[in-house]
Design a binder for this molecule. Sequence first.
Ligand SMILES: Cc1cc2nc3c(=O)[nH]c(=O)nc-3n(C[C@H](O)[C@H](O)[C@H](O)COP(=O)(O)O)c2cc1C
Length: 327
Amino acid sequence: MSSLGTTYMGIPLKNPIVVAASTISHRVDRVRMAEEVGAGALVISSLFEEQIQMEQQHFMEQLAVGSESFPEALSYFPSIAHGEASEHLMWIEKTRKAVRMPLFASLNAVSPGAWAHYARQLEATGVDGLELNVYAVATDPDKSGLEIEKELYEIVESVKAEVKIPVAVKLSPFYTSVVNVATELDKRQVNGLVLFNRFLQPTIEIETESLHNEMVYSSAQELRVPLRWIALLYGRVQADLAITTGVHSGQDAIRALLAGATVVQVASSVLKNGIPFISTILRDIEGWMAEKGYSTLGDFRGRVSQKNCDDPFVFERAQYVRLLLSQ
Ligand SMILES: Cc1cc2nc3c(=O)[nH]c(=O)nc-3n(C[C@H](O)[C@H](O)[C@H](O)COP(=O)(O)O)c2cc1C
């Protein structure tokens, strides 16, 4: 009988399948179902920096009410929706009470700022860990890659300083050197690295000649990018590695574990196939382990990482050259 138990960022999980930050967490019945069908843990959808800023602006509006001295302040701030950040916190508290599996909160940020205090409030909801997603589209021609990375480290340091629970960083695949950024984050004692954030790119509608945004689920083909970087990072950083993007089957999850993932996050495949699909993934992993005679994840995790490969160059340029020349 094989055991799927694992430890992610110091938190024991009954298996490595984690529901990724997504709309699945928007309904408590869905979160409960994810637990019932066997999910090892779940990441609650993000609290966005913009939501926090809105709430802070509203607070300033409140301070200005009744003030004779700065009546113009009332018209300075546009009418805004508010309360979203505190509603998000209440939502997490409600979800925390509904299930026993480990839960992670997610903070989605753009730049360093006072919003980082919210990490503490997220921690106070009783979540087991925090996932920090730093995502901005870099369009400033005067800002170098190094400056952008420094901002990332500043954000991570400020969030780490706020909380005692473990913190994972969800990375973009677009850094010039993913390994260098991962190493720098490792030095800052980040507990987990989540590879990779998936960007929703708009397309262009040719009839209306306008931008068109729609939610497109990932495909299994997209697994290859995070798979490669997990394989390259395994055994080279202290942080646990979580894979996200393109896990659409139990076989994909096995690939991720063989590359060296500690946990495997799933969103699109579960949204497409329904929450019980989690149990199919788990059954397929167990079946494969039984066939192979593996009793724990440790028996095979990282077996196909660069560190453990006979040909370490297989993940680098040599393979690419070989493949192109053979066509
Ligand atoms: C409907 C939906 C909502 C999502 N919401 C968030 C979010 O709030 N925060 C976040 O960091 N990622 C979010 N994601 C990204 C997922 O966590 C995941 O990284 C991405 O979908 C790639 O994994 P997949 O191939 O399993 O879908 C969302 C994805 C989907 C499909």
